[in-house]
Write a protein that binds this ligand. Structure first.
Ligand code: SAH
Length: 406
């Protein structure tokens, strides 16, 4: 469930139309549970295939019509019902008056010297989030945001300095993929430029569970972006009960931001560790990995000079990684204004990696990309307004979601 019912009834859509409908009444009449942020009518980007089929049934239409529309949206990237030529005029008119297809607004697009793109996307009148596309020789990875800001307060991350405002709707999450695919001229099921999606932008995906699962379902659907499960990666700071909940509905790749090999240090860097200490998180990861053969969990470990980069830390990490099929991703720290850390030296990072590799722990060092446009990991800021008012609400949601999952 999103917060969108709080949206004003009169709002301008991305196309500049003004809808005067009462969103609450309309949504109630249709019995909808999908988000309707940014306007009075349900936004089809808020639904996965099953959700769209149900929505069309509620509109008195055949469910296969939903699949036709989905193909137009994601394969041909058409948002105007009138351009959907295999759908009769009467239905097109009905859809135009009952529902809408509105992607996020691109406020700014930047390209870095290394080919990395960054988009600043307006998700309502006030807030904006960032997504980043990282092209490599054999793949192209889009990093998407799941919340406006973040409330977890990880000490090395610039998103946290923005505070938390709200969860993104499913439409605002899948919309980031849609905008990037459109820009890149991505053709699903052909030579693709966009081959991977990582939920590693702003926010904690497991605290926006329903919308994230819906958006991931479209990422993987043949009628959506058709990405294989392993090419969609959810990154979490370690909400153990929600990892189990994810295991019950999804098979995506899991990445956990560990960053420290003992509880004392981890609690300092990732305050959530107080609630879910390393043992608890690793146990949930082991259960996630155990569901299917050949599943590994990736552990992110940010390299902070003099803080977590000593040989003893590497040795402690080796012991933890022996408990489950795991890979380690060493992430050079990217500085931002006001940060109180420095990145470890290259030689320290290599020495740390060697200890892990010598102990047979598969370990990569992440290459920093897009730093000339502030698109590197941990540098995403977007535009987060109104955050103080929302902090209390965020803490309530955290308590509620986690209690619900447990
Ligand atoms: N909340 C989730 C999803 C956000 S992912 C999570 O924590 O996993 C954000 C990613 O950026 C994580 O991999 C994190 O380790 C990385 N990151 C955050 N701040 C960073 C910084 N200053 N430099 C480099 N990486 C950073």
């Amino acid at each position: 469930m999103t917060e969108s019912f709080a949206q004003p009834a009169r709002i301008e859509s991305a196309q500049g139309h003004v809808h005067d409908h009462d969103p609450v009444a309309r949504a109630r009449r249709l019995g909808l549970s999908g988000g309707i942020a940014g306007g009075g009518m349900p936004n089809l980007f808020d639904y996965d295939r099953q959700g769209l089929r149900d929505l069309f049934a509620q509109l008195g239409e055949k469910p296969y019509r939903a699949e036709q529309v989905m193909k137009w949206m994601y394969h041909r990237r058409v948002t105007d019902f009138d351009a959907m030529t295999d759908i009769g005029k009467a239905l097109r008119d009905k859809l135009s008056s009952e529902v809408r297809i509105v992607p996020p607004n691109t406020l700014l697009e930047k390209q870095a010297g290394d080919g990395t793109y960054k988009w600043l996307l307006g998700v309502d009148g006030k807030n904006a989030v960032e997504s980043v596309f990282i092209p490599e020789t054999s793949r192209g990875t889009l990093c998407v945001s799941t919340q406006v800001g973040c409330g977890l307060n990880c000490q090395f991350c610039s998103t946290t300095t923005q505070g938390f405002n709200r969860n993104l709707d499913a439409a605002e999450i899948i919309g980031q993929v849609w905008v990037a695919a459109k820009h890149l001229g991505n053709v699903p099921h052909h030579q693709r430029k966009l081959t991977n999606v990582v939920l590693m932008g702003m926010g904690e995906p497991l605290l926006n569970f329903g919308n994230v699962v819906t958006a991931m379902s479209v990422m993987r659907d043949d009628l959506g972006f058709g990405l294989a499960n392993k090419r969609v990666t959810l990154s979490t700071s370690g909400l153990a009960p929600m990892i189990d909940k994810l295991a019950s509905v999804s098979d995506v790749s899991l990445s956990v931001s560990l960053h420290a090999p003992n509880d004392e240090l981890r609690t300092e860097l990732v305050p959530l560790n107080k609630k879910y200490p390393i043992d608890t998180v690793l146990a949930a990861c082991a259960r996630y990995a155990a569901r299917r053969p050949r599943t590994t969990v990736t552990f992110g470990y940010i390299m902070l000079k003099g803080v977590n980069d000593k040989p003893e830390h590497a040795r402690q990490l080796v012991k933890l990684m022996r408990r489950l099929p795991a890979k380690v991703n060493l992430i050079p720290f990217n500085p931002f204004p006001g940060a109180r850390f420095e990145c470890s030296d290259e030689t320290t990072i290599r020495a740390f990696q060697k200890i892990l590799l010598d102990a047979n722990v598969l370990t990569m060092v992440r290459r920093t990309r897009g730093d000339d446009i502030d698109a590197a990991c941990g540098q995403l800021k977007g535009q987060v307004v109104d955050r103080t008012r929302r902090q209390a609400e965020f803490r309530r949601t955290l308590a509620k979601d986690v209690a619900h999952a447990a």
